[in-house]
Design a protein around this ligand. Structure first.
Ligand code: GDP
Ligand code: IMO
Ligand code: MG
Length: 428
């Protein structure tokens, strides 16, 4: 049976948590393969309970499904323990989580450097979540990272922390004028919290491949989105990992051929948190309308999300770089009661029309959207469950997005709840 990747097709917060939760009951494993607690995935269960998940895969809310934190994820052990505790208090069985021995640990010095370096950048800041994500991935690539398996060997952990802090303390004190961290205290605190994680540690690469060989269904839950990918996104205003489908293979240890289906999660309009170019961004009352109607406030940092119209150039780009087989269009209900709904179909850069993503970020920063206006609809669509039940103009809007976006739209979200969808084609 195939592995299915669910991938953010824009700048994150497309509704990946909800989509994962919807498909959770059809799979045996739900896997986070990159990112860390920079993510904030919202799930609203049928009994109306709302959950915000940061590090634990959304499959935790589906009984009998094994949530896997795979090798490509960066794990803040304190956050993981707190998140587990919060879920356990709400009656969720958290002991079934599997944590890769190869995942890297976010250490206190990563968080300190993330926060202080952003302040240092001033106006040029990336607008990171301040969770230590970038500095942790930097250490991974520099081959000086601390991994989950080091929790099992205190002497290796001590050596690694001491050697890392020799350099990091110089950076913190001499460049950023901050206090040095005490290596022994960092080691002690890491081992103390790590003891609670030991029972979860597993060879997740083997576990997932064996499940795949047995013919089980595996869901790969992306975090962030295609335009935040370190290679394919709006660099340098990106995250430090690969949310795209290539990253799903590398970050889980499943081979690329195991991933037979890639579903792009696509908001019916566009949002972005943090700095960076955003061609269809709105600065008027329409932007405010989307923010209010869509409840566009960050789950992780509480920052207001920047809002704009749907950008088909980006959707086409996401379809390509991820080999998307389907789209899950979310939040269509948010657009109800607009006179007209513009769609960005191309860009204009220095007087020239561009139908695809510009080659350079300089051009992307100057890209002006070319809009096509679609007639809006005023009906409440939250109760719609089939395509035919949608108002005529909503159907037209969806069909036009599909024509422009390079993959079929197989599901449409009409509300935050697990059941609030229009299913057009089977997803699993
Ligand atoms: P994620 O990071 O991709 O999982 O997305 P977030 O959870 O950060 O943000 C998506 C928000 O939209 C959450 O509040 C969801 O509950 C909500 N949501 C998801 N799908 C829909 C939908 O179809 N309609 C509406 N109104 N809300 C939705
Ligand atoms: P989910 O999984 C939206 C953004 C940050 C910042 C940039 C880099 O909920 O969709 P980082 O802390 O990763 O170094 O920040 O990436 N960002 C997100 N934006 N949704 C997310 O996750 C994000 N995770 C990171 O705002 O612009
Ligand atoms: Mg989110």
């Amino acid at each position: 049976m195939p592995a299915i990747a669910l991938i953010g097709a824009q700048w994150g917060d497309e509704g990946k948590g909800k989509a994962t939760d919807l498909l959770g009951s059809s799979v045996t494993h739900v896997v986070r393969y990159q990112g860390g607690n920079n993510a904030g995935h919202t799930v609203v269960t049928p009994d109306g309970q709302k959950y915000a998940l940061h590090l634990i895969p959304s499959g935790i809310l589906t009984p009998n499904c094994t949530p896997v934190i795979a090798n490509g994820v960066v794990v803040d052990p304190h956050v993981l323990v707190d998140e587990m505790q919060g879920l356990a208090e709400r009656g969720v069985d958290v002991n079934r989580i599997k944590l890769s021995a190869d995942a890297h640990l976010i250490m206190p010095y990563h968080i300190a450097i993330d926060k202080v370096s952003e302040r240092y950048l001033g106006k040029a800041k990336i607008g990171t979540t301040g969770r230590g994500i970038g500095p942790c991935y930097q250490d991974k690539i520099a081959r000086i990272g601390v991994r989950v398996q080091d929790l099992l060997d205190p002497s290796i952990l001590t050596q690694k922390v001491e050697s890392a802090l020799e350099l990091k303390n110089q950076i913190l004190t001499k460049i950023y004028n901050r206090k040095a961290l005490d290596p022994q205290q960092v080691v002690d605190e890491t081992l103390e919290v790590g003891a609670q994680l030991q029972p979860l540690i597993a060879d997740t690469r083997l576990l997932l491949n064996e499940a795949h060989e047995r013919g089980e269904w595996i869901l790969l839950e992306g975090s962030q989105g295609t335009l935040l990918d370190v290679d394919h996104g709006t660099y340098p205003y990106v995250t430090s990992s690969s949310p795209t489908s290539g990253g799903a293979a590398a970050g889980s240890g499943l081979g690329p051929r195991a991933i037979e289906r890639s579903i792009g999660i696509l908001k019916a309009y566009t949002t972005r948190v943090g700095s960076g170019p955003f061609p269809t961004e709105l600065f008027d009352d329409k932007g405010e309308y989307l923010r209010k109607q869509g409840g566009e406030v960050g789950v992780t940092t509480g920052r207001d999300r920047r809002c704009g119209w749907f950008d088909a150039v980006i959707a086409r780009y996401a379809a390509r770089v991820n080999s998307l087989t389907d789209f899950f269009l979310t939040k269509l209900d948010v657009l109800s009661s607009l006179e007209t709904v513009p769609i960005c179909v191309a860009y204009e850069v220095d007087g020239k029309r561009l139908d695809e993503m510009p080659m350079t970020q300089t051009d992307f920063h100057h890209a002006k959207p070319v809009y096509e206006e679609m007639p809006g609809w005023f009906e409440d669509i939250t109760h719609c469950r089939t395509f035919d039940e949608l108002p005529e103009n909503a159907q037209r809007y969806v069909r036009r997005l599909e024509e422009l976006s390079g993959a079929r739209i197989s599901a449409i979200g009409v509300g935050p709840g697990r059941e609030e969808n229009v299913l057009v084609h089977e997803l699993v």
